[in-house]
Design a protein around this ligand. Structure first.
Ligand code: HEC
Ligand code: CU
Length: 369
């Protein structure tokens, strides 16, 4: 009873020729991805870059070989089993169901492949996330629109990023204002800079040089020009030899001891309020204050009171701390914070304000009538 048997599919010479061509192209693709000099196109500045490039080579090689096989067979079968002239329009092709052997293999092979990929990826990822002992901890901080850096036992914020060759580094990234992203292509590493959150990257520099830092999260007008605190555009990380690094570190430590550019250092005493820039103040207000303060009447509360007319409201001649509503007294609240019956107004350091920011904010608040 031949009708009940599975249809026999003959794999003819054409099939094997097509297969041989695809295998040859696949092997060529694998060889290409194994030998292509990635580090010649883009340097590998840290140990993790070498690992990530190795993973990339593996994925690209297997991915390209698979792609050639899949597309090749799709094309081959489309041509081979095309409708021939003279075949009726409603002809039905050979029906094949349930080939256990084939299904077993197309389950086993991709499963093994995915497990190998996962193993390889998780090993590299955990190396990036979890610190070995004795690392140098460096902080990178994003602001609109530049980066600054903090080093152990260095006062304040440093404008350039230097790292010593061969020393394991823990990089902690965060932000003062909006979400930025910290990407060093030569390290193949990237972390989002999120206010209130510290993301870490672990790596060991392996190649001295000067490498670009790029912001890859749209962060406002000058996103494309995020520079370092020295106004270098773009920002760079310098990988120094250990002796160059020690010299830089000692020099920076000395300079920073007196230079008080610890940007959020709380000021004490009265600020000179003349020359405030209300427009600059409005921009700071939008990022640092508007989560808690509406620009509406005093009673329109978010967390703190509405600030419309804070300096010019006959029905509220006093500030929340009982002082008269004068620019100087508003500046005092911005410097010291205030905890009253409404809640906690953060102080200057907590809000991350420079003295100049406060002067500009007061000028801005004075325009809200
Ligand atoms: C986490 C929430 C929060 C943030 C952020 C915040 N404030 Fe406040 N602010 C408050 C609270 C709460 C009060 C009221 C404190 C009280 O009286 O209990 C207050 C009070 C004030 C007052 C006094 C208002 C009055 O009528 O006397 C001013 C002025 C003020 N904030 C300005 C600012 C500015 C400018 C910023 C941005 C740099 C800012 N605040 C950021 C919560 C906040
Ligand atoms: Cu940015």
């Amino acid at each position: 009873m031949p009708e009940n048997r599975d249809p026999v599919v003959h794999l003819d010479r054409g099939f094997w020729i097509a297969t041989a061509v695809m295998v040859a192209l696949g092997i060529l693709a694998i060889v290409f991805w194994v030998v292509v000099p990635i580090s010649g196109l883009m340097p590998e500045a840290v140990d993790k870059a070498q690992q990530i490039d190795a993973l990339f080579r593996f994925l690209a090689a297997t991915g390209t070989a698979l792609w050639i096989l899949v597309c090749g067979y799709v094309l081959y079968f489309a041509l081979k089993f095309r409708r021939r002239a003279g075949t009726p329009e409603n002809a039905v092709g050979v029906q094949i169901h349930d080939n256990n052997k084939l299904e077993l293999w197309w389950t086993i092979i991709p499963t093994v492949f995915v497990i190998v990929m996962a193993f390889f990826s998780i090993r590299i990822w955990s190396g990036i996330e979890f610190a070995p002992n004795n690392t140098l901890v460096v902080e990178a901080l994003g602001r609109q629109w530049y980066y600054t850096f903090r080093y152990p036992n260095v006062n304040g914020e440093v404008k350039e990023m230097h790292l010593p060759l061969g020393q394991a580094v823990t990089l902690q990234v965060s932000s003062y204002d909006v979400i930025h992203s910290f990407w060093i292509p030569a390290m193949r590493l990237k972390a989002d800079m999120v206010p209130g959150l510290i993301n870490t990257l672990e790596f060991t520099p392996t190649k001295p040089g000067k490498y670009e830092i790029i912001c890859t999260e749209f962060c406002g007008t000058f996103h494309g020009e995020m520079h370092s605190g020295t106004n270098q555009n773009p920002a760079y990380v310098y990988i120094d030899t250990p002796s160059q690094y020690s010299a830089w570190y000692a020099r920076t430590q000395r300079q920073q001891a007196t230079a008080s550019n610890a940007i959020a250092a709380p000021s004490t005493g009265q600020l000179k309020l003349a020359g405030g820039d209300a427009k600059a103040g409005a921009a700071i207000f939008a990022t640092k204050c508007s989560a808690c303060h509406a620009i509406g009447p005093f009673d329109k509360r978010i967390v703190g009171p509405g600030l419309k007319g804070v300096l010019d409201d006959p029905s509220h001649p006093e500030l929340v701390d009982g002082d008269k509503a004068t620019p100087q007294n508003v500046a005092k609240i911005l410097q010291n914070g205030y905890k009253g019956s409404i809640g906690q107004m953060p102080n200057q350091a907590q809000n991350g304000l420079t003295n100049k920011d406060i002067v500009n904010l007061v000028a801005y608040l004075a325009t809200l009538k």
